[in-house]
Design a protein around this ligand. Structure first.
Ligand code: ZN
Length: 139
């Protein structure tokens, strides 16, 4: 089995409404993303996937969708004010954690037809969250 990993980075803001500590306040992260693809076989170029193909596909979407975006829960009371001010916001039905971001990016890469195995989002140098397909559902 072969695995390749492409690392990308982006900045985002969020807050966690149910958090007892300081994460309940609006704040931001300079995040790193590791996208891991897996394949039993290599293509005719001897690769799982050309690094530039996954970079182009994932980075463009991340830049347009997540980079410098404030991710907020749909029930967050600051939402109307920030929307009215024209801020760049993504409204989500779940809590906008690193776990949520890992799954969101995983699903985007999967929809693109890449053999994604796992996506890890590092929200700081010491904290990361990974989403991976369960063995039962992975192709
Ligand atoms: Zn945070």
């Amino acid at each position: 089995m072969y695995r390749v990993t492409k690392n990308l980075s982006f900045c985002y803001g969020h807050r966690l409404m149910n958090h007892a500590g300081k994460c309940r306040h609006l704040h931001g992260h300079s995040a790193r993303v590791a996208i891991t693809l897996e394949s039993e076989d290599l293509n005719e170029q001897g690769m799982v996937c050309d690094f530039s193909d996954i970079k182009t596909f994932a980075e463009q979407w991340i830049q347009e969708t997540l980079d410098h975006t404030m991710l907020l829960h749909q029930d967050d009371p600051v939402l109307p004010m920030l929307q009215e001010a024209g801020e760049r916001i993504m409204v989500v039905a779940e809590h906008p954690t690193a776990e949520f971001l890992a799954k969101l990016i995983y699903e985007h890469v999967d929809r693109g037809g890449f053999p994604v195995k796992a996506v890890t989002v590092w929200e700081s140098d010491t904290s990361s969250a990974t989403y991976t397909a369960s063995d039962a559902t992975h192709r």
